[in-house]
Each structure stands twice: as structure tokens, then as C-alpha cells.
Design a protein around this ligand. Structure first.
Ligand code: ARG
Length: 584
């Protein structure tokens, strides 16, 4: 529980030290040497302290130490609860009433301090995520990236860090020129509106068209490369078309961000950072950090680091993907000097970032030590693999639409349209359910792991899903609407049943949970806690009558517990970007 763990740790340390002293030992222990576990069965107590680590020091059998320590702990006063030896363990039973009161006071504190922490105070973290290319709309992979980045940013901020969210729009390069070429040759004059398409989709369709074209038209590739050269040379017409098509792509992409609740403090554009990147590469060449090949291309030799050789500028002088990343990183550090920069990017780019970080260090940027690649696995649909060239990619918008339509059908089937009228109506509720389903499902898996996104499963109302949690929030909200908490007479010490105890313990674990999620930069720590909370709330709800409690005082205490759970849900939902629903 909140402080009980550390208080008991101190007590156990004190008792062991007095045993050591009596033994004439020189060494003394500190609280950090003491391990706390949870007993395997609740009947055994709430905390378990294993004694075997001290057997050598005390020259005694662990069970004997446990016996003596338990006896002495019980002699001490003011700690509440009780100690008992069980084999090599000292088990502690906490005083439920006292603990319940402490947890409820903290969890219901109006200042909301329970839900914020200072752990990372003073730390400046820049988080890069999403970072799309402007030749196509966002797809399912981006949805995982976006929500990982947004959620990690929120978790770090809740831990006291100063967070700056950035996105690099890769708006130049051969892939962009391919969409442009297809547009010029196949769709010239058309506009997204006249074509009846969302603007980023329109650009994406041009890209798919190019790949179709290039199968039968051997010259298409070289015409695209010619376009890239014209673009880098600043050709007027090429630049104008490029600007127009990029605007289409970026506007459409930003609409999708808005829909999913993702936002950035600053957008960087490759077209603006690659020049700086090129300059830095050329400086490195001058200093012999890089070398020029016979054909004129510029390379870095990383064989000493086991990272092979890496091209930095093509023989015609044009930039490659990594060129801009030098410029982007340097500009970012100038704009907002960070203590740490986290790149949320797919695991297939692990090599890219190893090379980038190594070369930035070689160029003399010491802060490159604070760069980190947060790599995440692939996400596919049960239907199979996606390939963007062939147009079999699942667009983010289409997927959310599909989830929304499925949720809307469910609302109709269950006759809930009227119930949600007061909270925005069926359409808005369906959209929020879709977002909740999507985000919870994506975040529940540890980032490094590949995963399948199963739309039907993500929406299931009875399982470990976003909508199930949203439903729980709505149910609690409705209880609290029926009957408010009488604030001045909450007697939380009455909350001592097993179900109430388990629920309170989960709430009490919140600060540690956020700390762990921030340290690991892993939102699945939060979703796992949410699932635990929902299971324990469900048990409480079935076993402990709330409005029908046996006394008015108990009813009020249980209502207050409901409110604490609701507050916990709202706070946790915010960190994993699940919309909270008052009714469902
Ligand atoms: N736009 C790139 C892609 O789609 C990802 C960019 C990752 N970030 C970076 N700084 N390189 O592959």
C-alpha cells in the first residue's frame, strides 16, 4: 500500500540491525537491502519479507531469523497490523481500515497529486513519432507508432518531465517524385475534391499508380529520378507541383491526427533540414571522417563498429534518407536543447539509427549519447501482410471508419442510442468507442513485439478491451449520478472486505505503475494496471452492494470508493488516449 511498504521495510531493517548488533557484526543493513514480496496467498498477509538473504550474515537458519524478527516486530508499536513467521518469511498483515483511509485520502485529494509525480522533474525529453512520408496517407503501422509516441509523451509528462513532441515530415526524395510523376502523366488537372477523395488518399493513389505504371513502362523509374534532380535544382514547375501535392498529403494526415487525439509541438520538414544535413556530411568529408568513392559518392566506413559501409550522398550529389537525419537532429538540439531524444520508429530501422547515432558522435556532437531509438514491431491484420506499393495497405482512416461502423451497429443493436443522446449522441459515441478500442489494443502489446490487430476482438465488450473499460467508466458515472458522495462523512475505514481491499491495493499501486511505465517507456504497463483495476472493480461491484449497502455510512464509503476508481480511470485513460464516456 501507499506508505505501508516503506514503513514496514524500515521496521524490518531496524529489527535485523538490532539482531546483527547483538551478534557483534560490523555490518549494518539499509532499507535498500530488504526485499518485499507479495505472499502467494492473501490469507498469509499483505507483505512478505524473505529472510534467507541474511542467513549468512546472522549465522542462523532463515526460519529462525523469521521467528525472532516477527516477535520483535510485534513488540514495536505504532505500525498497525501484525507480523507472523511462515518458514523463511516474515509476513505482515496490514490494518485494512487504516490503509483504506490513507489510500482514499490520497486518491481523492483535490490537488490531484496522486496522479502526478516528480520523478523526472527537470528532465527535458524530446519525443519524435509518426514521421510520415508525403507520398501516401497514414496506415495501420502509423497508428501504432502514433499512439506509442503520444502515450509515452503523456506518461513522461505525468512523471514530471518537460516533454516536446516532434514529427519529421519526409517530404522529399524519390518516393515523393514517384507520386508526382504519376500525377503529371495520369491525373494532371485533377484535384482531391474533384476526384471525391480525402487529399492524402488522392496522393497515395498516385503512388500506387506509379508502381502499376513502372511494371510495364521501363522508363518510369528514370523519369522519377530526373524529377528528383530537377527538384533539387530548384526547378520552378517541379517545385510548384511538389508544394501542391505535399499540402494535400500533410493536410489529410493532420486530419487523421486530430481524429486520434495525437498532436505535436513542432513539425520538421525534411525539405528544410536536408541541406543542413548535407553541409554536415561535407564538413565530415573535409575532416576525413567520411570518404569519397571513385564515382563521387560520399561514404562512412563503420566496419570498425561492425556496422558496414554506409552511403551518405549519391554520386550525383543528391541526399539519401540518412542525410537529412543529421540536419534534423542538429537543428532540434539547437531549437530545444534536450536531455534525451527518443525516436519512436519501427524495428526495421534499427540499423539506420545505430549508424546515425555513431556518426553524429564522430562528428563531435556529444549529445548524440542521449539519443535513443524506441523500436516497435510490425502490426498486421488477420487478413495478412500489407504492401504499400500494391495498394494493399490498410489506411488508418479506413480502419477507424470500420471500427466506428461496427461500434455504431452495436449501439443500435443494444438499443443504446437514447442512452447516449445526452453525451453527444450515437455517432460521436461510436467514434470514441472506436478510438478506445484501437488504442487499448495497440498499446496492450509490449512495443518491441510484432502483433496482429483484430478489429472484432478489439471491440468486444466482455474482455480485456478499451470498450469494456469505457463501459466500466460509464457504469460508475451512472451510479455516482444517481447518488452523490457525502464528502464530509466518508468513513473509508469501513472498506475492509476482501473485494474492497483488493480494489484499494490496485489504486494504491498507481504511483509505482506510472513510474515503471515511464522508466520502461512502455504504455502496456498502464493497460495491464487498467485491466487489473477492472477485474477488481467487477468483483467489488458483484459482491458489495453499493446503493443497497447495509448502512448509510457504508453506502457513502462505497460511493467514495467508486469515485476514487472513476478518478483513477479518467487519469489512466488520459495516459493511453482512451476517451472517457459518461454513458454508453
Ligand atoms: N518517414 C520515415 C519512414 O516512413 C520514418 C522517419 C523516422 N524518423 C527519422 N528521424 N528518420 O520510414
Amino acid at each position: 500500500m501507499l506508505n505501508a511498504r516503506s514503513i514496514w521495510k524500515e521496521c524490518v531493517t531496524g529489527v535485523l540491525n538490532s539482531l546483527l548488533e547483538e551478534n557483534g557484526a560490523e555490518k549494518s543493513l539499509s532499507a535498500g537491502d530488504i526485499i518485499v514480496e507479495t505472499p502467494p496467498k492473501p490469507e498469509l498477509g499483505d507483505l512478505a519479507f524473505p529472510m534467507f538473504p541474511f542467513a549468512k550474515l546472522l549465522k542462523k537458519a532463515p526460519a529462525l531469523i523469521a521467528n525472532e524478527a516477527a516477535a520483535r516486530l510485534n513488540e514495536m508499536t505504532g505500525t498497525g497490523g501484525g507480523a507472523a513467521a511462515a518458514g523463511p518469511y516474515v509476513n505482515i498483515r496490514l490494518e485494512r481500515g487504516i490503509e483504506a483511509k490513507a489510500v482514499m485520502d490520497a486518491a481523492l485529494d483535490g490537488g490531484g497529486n496522486f496522479y502526478k509525480s516528480d520523478a523526472l522533474r527537470g528532465m527535458r525529453v524530446m519525443v519524435e513519432f509518426s514521421s510520415p512520408n508525403t507520398n501516401k496517407p497514414l496506415h495501420l503501422g502509423h497508428l501504432r507508432n502514433d499512439i506509442l509516441g503520444e502515450s509515452i509523451s503523456r506518461i513522461l509528462a505525468a512523471s514530471g518531465a518537460e516533454v516536446f513532441k516532434v514529427c519529421i515530415i519526409n517530404d522529399r526524395g524519390i518516393h515523393i517524385c514517384k507520386s508526382m510523376l504519376a500525377y503529371m502523366e495520369k491525373f494532371a488537372g485533377l484535384e482531391p475534391e474533384t476526384a471525391g477523395k480525402k487529399s492524402d488518399r488522392f496522393v497515395g493513389d498516385c503512388y500506387v499508380e506509379f508502381n502499376k505504371m513502372s511494371k510495364t513502362d521501363a522508363g518510369a523509374e528514370s523519369r522519377a529520378r530526373e524529377l528528383l534532380r530537377k527538384w533539387e535544382a530548384g526547378d520552378g514547375e517541379t517545385t510548384a507541383l511538389w508544394k501542391k501535392m505535399n499540402q494535400w498529403a500533410v493536410n489529410g494526415i493532420k486530419e487523421t491526427y486530430k481524429r486520434t487525439g495525437v498532436s505535436f509541438d513542432k513539425y520538421y520538414f525534411e525539405s528544410e533540414t536536408y541541406i543542413r544535413g548535407k553541409e554536415e556530411v561535407l564538413k565530415g568529408l573535409e575532416k576525413n571522417i567520411f570518404y569519397r568513392d571513385d564515382d563521387g559518392s560520399v561514404w562512412a566506413d563503420l566496419t570498425a563498429e561492425n556496422l558496414d559501409k554506409k552511403i551518405l550522398l549519391r554520386k550525383d550529389g543528391t541526399s539519401v534518407y540518412i542525410t537529412q537525419d543529421f540536419g534534423t537532429a542538429i537543428l532540434r538540439h539547437e531549437d530545444w536543447p534536450f536531455d534525451k531524444l527518443v525516436y519512436v520508429v519501427g524495428s526495421e530501422q534499427r540499423y539506420h539509427f545505430q549508424v546515425l547515432f555513431t556518426l553524429l558522435l564522430r562528428l563531435g556532437f556529444d549529445w548524440a549519447r542521449d539519443l535513443r531509438h524506441l523500436s516497435y514491431g510490425m502490426v498486421n491484420l488477420p487478413e495478412g501482410k500489407m504492401k504499400s506499393r500494391e495498394g494493399t495497405v490498410v489506411d488508418a482512416d479506413d480502419l477507424i471508419d470500420r471500427l466506428r461502423d461496427m461500434a455504431a451497429a452495436e449501439i443500435r443493436e443494444k438499443d443504446r442510442a437514447e442512452a447516449v443522446e445526452a453525451v453527444g449522441g450515437a455517432a460521436e459515441t461510436a467514434e470514441k468507442i472506436a478510438i478506445g478500442a484501437l488504442h487499448y489494443y495497440l498499446l496492450q502489446v509490449t512495443p518491441e513485439k510484432d502483433m496482429l490487430f483484430n478489429p472484432a476482438e478489439s471491440l468486444s465488450f466482455n474482455g480485456n478491451t478499451g470498450p469494456y473499460l469505457q463501459y466500466m467508466g460509464a457504469r460508475i458515472s451512472s451510479i455516482l449520478k444517481k447518488e452523490g458522495v457525502k464528502n464530509d462523512s466518508v468513513n473509508a475505514a469501513l472498506l475492509t472486505s476482501d473485494e474492497e481491499w483488493e480494489l484499494l491495493k490496485t489504486i494504491a499501486a498507481w504511483p509505482e505503475t506510472v513510474k515503471e511505465a515511464a522508466e520502461k517507456m512502455n504504455p502496456s504497463v498502464i493497460t495491464a494496471w487498467l485491466y487489473e483495476l477492472s477485474k477488481n472493480f467487477s468483483r467489488f461491484y458483484h459482491e458489495c452492494p453499493i446503493l443497497g449497502a447495509e448502512s448509510a455510512e457504508l453506502k457513502n464509503a462505497r460511493l467514495a470508493l467508486c469515485r476514487a476508481v472513476r478518478t483513477a480511470l479518467v487519469s489512466a485513460f488520459d495516459l493511453v488516449c482512451i476517451p472517457f464516456l459518461e454513458a454508453m
